[in-house]
Ligand binder design. Sequence first.
Ligand SMILES: Cc1cc2nc3c(=O)[nH]c(=O)nc-3n(C[C@H](O)[C@H](O)[C@H](O)COP(=O)(O)OP(=O)(O)OC[C@H]3O[C@@H](n4cnc5c(N)ncnc54)[C@H](O)[C@@H]3O)c2cc1C
Length: 478
Amino acid sequence: MSEAPCDLLVVGAGAAGLTAALTAAERGARVLVLTKGHAPDSSSMHAQGGIAGAVGDDDTAALHAVDTERAGRELCRPSAVKVLTEEGPERVRELVALGVPFDPELSLEGGHSRRRVSSVEGAATGWAVTSVLGRLAARTEGIATREATTALGLWIDGGRCLGVVTPGGPIAARATILAMGGAAALWARSTNPVGQIGDAIAIAHAAGAAVADLEFMQFHPTVLAGSRLLLTEALRGDGATLLDANGDRFVDELAPRDEVARAIVRKGRAWLDLRAIDRSRFPGLMVEIEKAGFDPATEPIPVSPAAHYTIGGVVTDLVGRTDIPGLFAAGESAATGVHGANRLASNSLLECLVFGRRAALAALDEPAAPVRPETPPLSAATPVAAHPAAPAPPRERTASQELREQVWREAGVMRDPADLADLAGSPDVVAALVARFALARSESRGVHYRIDAPTADPAFEGHFVLRPGQDLKLEHWT
Ligand SMILES: Cc1cc2nc3c(=O)[nH]c(=O)nc-3n(C[C@H](O)[C@H](O)[C@H](O)COP(=O)(O)OP(=O)(O)OC[C@H]3O[C@@H](n4cnc5c(N)ncnc54)[C@H](O)[C@@H]3O)c2cc1C
């Protein structure tokens, strides 16, 4: 039997989930936060370079919007970019007021025309932000957190989301926000914590919510070879260079990530040279590199691309609403269209702050849930098909190493349609969806590169969306 519904159920304790929980609790709501593993185990906690936001004297929201749209290759949803860039500076200033110890200088990252990235100790931003928000949530009376409680599916009744299904039973809520991060750990080479395999996409799709833009997986170009350790863009912003096996530079280090990632894949092997930069700006990162057995003061460091950021996700409007009443999504789980076909560096933590807050405010407007709903959940165990006729016993999605290797091989930095067709038959719902979306987009745009169609085609200037009972359709979002 379920317990009494809370006002807001937030699934995920990364930057989006914590922002949503704190926003709602500040307004008197009773909030329950669920996490799959331990609360600090999120991509947010690992974020390095920082948070973009036009807070510099020489900067404006309009300039930030231009850079965001340029990176997004004709696919950014303009209304979402406007919200992100206009509300962003205020969200960054709120973090300052809460005590996030940002470095005095703003950083420059690839694709940005201004120094506008606020960071902590060069590369400890995610840790600093989630620590401050997490500590605040822990001492906020209206917020309870349940760790190691995996959402297996959504509780849908009468077309409305009443909460989630967990191994311990259903949890009821007036409104539910999916802030469950992305799917990049479904790829064998990834920067994400291992649990980030796209559960939000799986459970929302199973319950009948629209998903979009799943072909767009951003690969980070400079990840320490053989590890998950990301070597932040800010290093290249500070002058670190990329070298080939002959010790020669071969790419503009500050070009968009997709271009740098492809240049490295074409070279086969690459090294990041940190010898000439002020390494004392990145103390934590230098320790990690040394722990991995390299000396950044004397030798270039071997790097290769890895799956990093999931641009697609559960379709939402600008306040996080999905197609299912009572269900919201924010942060990396959501597809607002804000990143277009390529996310500008450091726009994702900002997205979590801006859209996490907006989703919480909109969720508080939901009508009250039925008091102590008794109905057992009828929908959305993963990975069953949308709208199962009968309840299926929910079970946790997992990703075997074999599956991860297959996704890396068949939906990697450079994609072959024959490989994608093979992956489309995967029993894993998210892997199969990624392949279907990537097959449909028979062009190259932003982070999605098809070897059989290496240029952009204006016919594809839109977002592929999958709605229940329909085929993939290209939609134009304004
Ligand atoms: C190494 C690294 C460096 C990065 N650097 C930057 C950067 O410098 N700047 C920037 O803007 N972005 C950066 N990013 C991207 C950014 O960190 C993420 O996009 C962002 O933090 C996502 O936040 P989120 O709140 O949406 O999800 P996450 O922070 O990933 O949190 C997801 C939460 O959902 C929970 N969860 C997942 N599935 C379930 C389930 N089934 N049931 C219950 N709970 C579940 C997890 O336990 C976790 O608490 C980086 C990412 C990585 C991995």
